[in-house]
Write a new protein. Structure first.
Lengths: 361, 507
């Protein structure tokens, strides 16, 4: 009989090993999946993990995409991880991302066609506030009425999607767009366009913000007393209260940070790679960021790497669809597997497997 | 010997470090209510678990109806006719009464038949209960009835009840007693576990008294005074407190009519607690567990806020201040539960040092934690209090209970408190470490700090306290100097006579 035994201390080796093992297991099972779909598994894995960066044929286009996709994922996941550390489950980053994009875009479009240098910072603040305000709804409901933030934040995603549709076809629609839904395109408005900072890298202000967020989160969690209180709340709520931590304040703080960062991600996306508010503007970054946060062990550096890896599977997945005819759902399954295996291997951080004799009762 | 149902001979059970039961023998007759009396930790639960087949004895035998009886598991005990109502109910809130009863049965009958049986039994024994009601809507007393009926459906010959009245209102207690007397008149034996003397005198035919795992005597409660039983239960072994050379300073803590509702409906409310504590004084608070000890600590530490004016520290009203604000001027506390309350299990000792010492020991500056200094602080505690651990980076949960206790107590003492509130300072700590902790508390008091010790160990309280009070159902008896106290007064305070007036009257 195999038996799980709790370790006296969390294993440091397994904290690092479990994501690596999860990636390997995902490749194996994913390979079997692709083989059953009729694709060559080795080719499929290579197309997903290798070709986007190194293939001569595609990398010119796909390599910059890596940072474009990883930027918002990392930015959102950093915010989420801070809440997850405290046991506050913001599942609605997608909604906060949408609201950040709408508010940021709206602040700019209201002043169109100004070319003030202050416009971009103003829109940035508006975007962050939009995401923050959307996250404050579950935060206040939780602290005042004891509602579950998972449900409230998740349902607000669908509300935000509806507002997005109405913005694209209504109050933010391009007056010169001949009636088509969608806002003015920021790519044609130099004063606020969030383009590539270095040509051919995909690096835009959102990616810079993501790197800053990684460093800030690292400092917060490892050095600052608020970060300590956040971790303490997640590890032992009663001890946190004993230490003098106000649980409501932690809820407001964590949801606020994650909402604002998701809002920022939305703002950078709408002014940059996406270029405009459209009905299908959101691409699921808010949900994928949850996987990124866990894949990165809720650790800022881990999230940075996980965000890049996840972006790779996105781009590689698209490439595999294009080149090998693998269905899109298989790619999503592949990403889901990654989280599944991560959670499974994570058990070994706190437990070890023991061969046990059947105990005499 | 014909009328003996269960005979226990020389049962012994040792756990690492403690002998829970030491050569315990007594008989339970058919159709009697037999009390098992003792303080917390006296070994009552272990003994009952052996009878019910949850643990096996190291030595000793039992006979049931003259036949050897050694149940390897509870289902065997149940088949032999032994049923048990636990102190903590195991019921599913979302299910109905009948569904809950069916879950506990080996071969449940059809739901409709079962409902009829439940109604029948509940009427027969005067325990009103509707089988179709959802358990979530039941009071504690009604839930207990579900458990009792679950047992009665098995037609037990011996019914074990573990502190059944601790969750009941006085009216519900009356109903329960009627039921138990009726069962007794039908020939069912009942083993009744309690530490409430008056109840036992009213209900039980015989009582066996456990102290430190030993059976110290069997008596007939109706013919024995509460005082005698209390003496047997508590023992008169503790050292007579010697006069300490105490110079009392000004008042540090004033608690005035502290009243708090029970937290989330469970736990004990605090009812009108008032006392003063001076510099250099040690106030010991005794009482059986669950009578408001945790609640009192949380109200003083600041984890629960009280109405303005109820708690004054150094002349300032701190009733509305949280733990952090109270700690800064020197009101420190150490809760009973080490893992999860006093310390975060998965965090290192250094991090657990920051948990309470962050501001007061200057480990946090401008919001940033000085980890090097925090590590030194943890090492200081580890060294001064002889905490056995490889180092301050070890997670709190990796330490043994006693070592962690030394750490969490030391963590507060090293911060030089003006007032230390401490619950169960030496619970689960070996004798040498316990002596060290007590000495540290005395030294602290000698240095001018005020100390409030909440404990269930009377010997400990008598050894270190200047004054003593007992908590009972959230009320605190007026604290009195330890030297003036005799066994009788303490026994009565502990055993359920609520006020000191009763003790006065008896003196």
């Amino acid at each position: 009989m195999l038996r799980l035994e709790k370790r006296p201390q969390p294993s440091r080796a397994w904290v690092v090993l479990s994501p690596i093992l999860a990636v390997i297991l995902t490749m194996i099972v994913g390979g079997i999946l692709f083989a059953m779909l009729g694709a060559n598994p080795f080719e499929a894995i290579r197309t997903i993990f290798w070709d986007p960066i190194f293939s001569e044929q595609f990398s010119g286009f796909t390599r910059p995409q890596l940072l474009v996709k990883a930027g918002p994922l990392i930015l959102i996941a950093i915010g989420l991880s801070i809440g997850f550390k405290a046991g506050i489950w913001n599942i609605g980053a997608e909604g906060q991302y949408i609201m950040g994009a709408i508010c940021g875009a709206a602040a700019g479009l209201a002043l169109y066609p100004s070319d003030s240098v202050l416009l971009f910072p103003l829109m940035l603040v508006a975007g962050a506030l939009g995401g923050w305000a959307w996250a404050m709804i579950p935060a206040i409901l939780k602290t005042k009425l004891g509602t579950n933030e998972i449900l409230v934040s998740l349902m607000l995603v669908y509300v935000a999607e509806t507002i997005l549709a109405s913005a694209a076809s209504g109050f933010l629609r391009n007056p010169e767009g001949m009636g088509f839904p969608g806002s003015r395109n920021f790519k044609e408005w130099d004063a606020v366009y969030n383009g590539e900072l270095i040509a051919g890298t995909g690096m835009h202000w959102g990616v810079v913000a993501a790197f800053i967020a990684v460093i800030a989160a690292y400092v917060l969690l490892s050095r600052h007393i608020q970060g300590f209180n956040i971790r303490l709340t997640g590890e032992a709520p009663r001890a946190a209260r004993f230490a003098g931590v106000n649980p409501s304040r932690i809820v407001i703080l964590c949801l606020g940070i994650s909402g604002a960062l998701a809002g920022l991600a939305g703002f950078f996306e709408v002014t940059g790679p996406a270029g405009q508010i459209t009905i299908d503007f959101n691409a699921g970054y808010g949900f994928t960021a949850i996987i990124v946060a866990f894949l990165g062990r809720l650790n800022p550096i881990g999230i940075l790497l996980a965000g890049l890896l996840m972006a790779l599977t996105y781009i590689g997945g698209e490439l595999a669809q294009l080149m090998l005819g693998v269905p899109g759902a298989a790619i999503q399954l592949f990403q889901g597997m990654l989280l599944f295996f991560l959670l499974a291997t994570d058990v070994f951080t706190n437990f070890r497997l023991r061969l046990a004799k059947k105990e005499a009762v | 010997m014909d009328d003996t149902l269960l005979s226990i001979q020389g049962l012994t059970k040792a756990y690492p470090g403690v002998v829970a039961n030491d050569d315990v023998s007594f008989d339970i007759r058919k159709g009697e209510i037999h009390a098992l009396l003792g303080e917390n930790g006296a070994g009552k639960s272990t003994l009952v678990k052996m009878i019910y087949g949850l643990v096996g004895p190291d030595r000793g035998t039992m006979t049931l109806d003259g036949n050897a009886f050694a149940p390897p598991k509870p289902s065997v005990a149940r088949q032999a006719g032994v049923a048990m109502v636990f102190q903590h109910f195991s019921l599913f809130d979302a299910l109905s009464v009948a569904e809950n009863v069916a879950l506990g049965m080996e071969n449940p009958p059809k739901p409709r038949d079962l409902a009829a049986r439940i109604s029948e039994v509940s009427e027969q024994y005067g325990l009103p209960l509707d089988p179709s009601r959802e358990v979530a809507s039941l009071s504690a007393g009604e839930r207990q009835r579900v458990e009792i009926i679950r047992c009665l459906l098995q037609d037990p010959r011996l019914l074990i009840m573990d502190e059944p009245t601790s969750v009941l209102t006085p009216q519900e207690v009356d109903i329960l007693f009627e039921t138990l007397r009726k069962l007794k008149s039908e020939g069912t034996s009942i083993l009744y576990i309690s530490h409430k003397l008056e109840e036992i005198r009213a209900l039980c035919d015989h009582a066996s008294i456990l102290r430190h795992g030993k059976n110290v005597g069997t008596c007939t409660p109706s013919e024995t005074s509460a005082r005698e039983m209390a003496e047997m239960m508590v023992g008169s072994s503790f050292a007579t407190p010697k006069a300490r050379d105490v110079t009392l300073g000004e008042v540090v803590l004033t608690v005035d009519n502290l009243t708090l509702p029970a937290l989330d409906g469970i736990g004990t409310p605090l009812r009108g607690i008032s006392f003063e504590l001076r510099k250099g004084e040690v106030l010991g608070i005794g009482g059986v567990a669950g009578n408001g000890q945790d609640e009192l600590l949380m109200a003083l530490s600041g984890e629960r806020l009280s109405d303005p004016g109820m708690v004054h520290f150094q002349g300032k009203d701190v009733s509305r201040q949280g733990p952090g604000e109270r700690r800064l001027p020197g009101l420190l506390s150490a809760p009973e539960e080490r893992l999860g309350h006093a310390a975060a299990p998965d965090m290192s000792l250094t991090e657990n040092g920051v948990l309470t010492a962050g501001k007061r020991a200057g480990l946090v500056k401008n919001g940033f934690i000085d980890w090097a200094k925090s590590r030194l602080f943890a090492e200081d505690v580890i060294e001064k209090f002889d905490v056995r651990t490889p180092g301050p980076n070890v997670a709190a949960r990796a330490l043994s209970g006693g070592n962690l206790q030394k750490y969490v107590v030391g963590r507060e003492i090293v911060q030089k408190p003006e007032l230390l509130v401490i619950n169960q300072p030496t619970w689960g700590v070996d004798a040498a470490a316990a002596a060290a902790i007590r000495q540290a508390l005395l030294d602290l008091a000698h240095g001018g700090a005020a100390i409030l010790v909440i404990s269930q160990d009377l010997d400990e309280l008598m050894e270190i306290s200047d004054r003593f009070g007992a908590l009972n159902e959230g009320r605190l008896s007026t604290p009195r100097p330890v030297q003036g106290l005799d066994m009788e007064q303490i026994g009565l305070m502990m055993g359920g006579a609520h006020d000191m007036e009763a003790a006065h009257a008896a003196t």
